[in-house]
Design a protein around this ligand. Sequence first.
Ligand SMILES: *Cc1c(COP(=O)(O)O)cnc(C)c1O
Length: 297
Amino acid sequence: MYAKLQNIKVQPLPHFSSGDIHTDILRLDLLHPVVSGNKWFKLKYYLSEALAGNYHTLASFGGAYSNHIVATAFAAREAGLTSIGYIRGEKTTPLSPTLRNAMEYGMKLEYVSREAFRHTESIMAATADSGIYWVREGGFGTLGAKGAADILSVTDTSSYSHIICAVGTGTMLAGLVQAALPHQQLVGISVLKNHFGLEQEVGSLLPQKEEQASFTIEQDFHFGGYAKHPQELIRFMQDLWAQEQLPTDIVYTSKLLYAVKQLLALPYFPAGSRLLLIHSGGLQGNASLPAGTLPFS
Ligand SMILES: *Cc1c(COP(=O)(O)O)cnc(C)c1O
């Protein structure tokens, strides 16, 4: 099954709107049941560079639940390339649903100790195959940002005052900053705890430009850290489904929606704001929860 851009839609969120604020969400999760969301966009230009350079294999890095790993496997297969995923930590049985999917897309998995995983350059250097095109963990890099910039062209997004997304590496945010209009404000919700170098990392992906949309990163909505999902968050996800029929994932999009709800209550956004949230996908990661935890799958 191919990723279909025409499946993406804008969904209004009545419970996040009031008389003077309107909120919509861009459902990138509808792109594909497994390879949903921003990872597909971030990989686009790495893939075209790999094809143009006649590489035979796409290789990258990630954890056992990585949305990026499964997207890399899928994108490589769609482009007729083979793929290798270097996975942090020991092989587990049973395999995570994410890695099972990656293997089904033909990816070869190599397990790397946590220690060795910190030195990805050594892994790359030890693999002396010039036919391998390497993509950094999470798709971090300027080509990744360039791909993410295309997210704002999926539909007409010019009328929004604020564009708000979850942030891991910051690659997607950097792309959105580049694509946004000067009157638009970008707000990133970091899902990592104490990731204070983030502004600088996003900045490193941006070209020097006079007129650039400005961005802010909010650091208080990580719920204890990356992939941590206390009961309060799960309950929020259940309520969100009941109120808005909006499925979210435990790592990124639930924290984005939770953050926006809190910010709206402050209030953080001026009257008249039109918010566009980015549903960046990641729903496949929910398969790690016990069956029946969430009312959607
Ligand atoms: C990877 C990911 C993000 C974060 O993207 P970055 O470009 O790394 O900041 C957000 N949402 C989902 C669902 C993701 O898989």
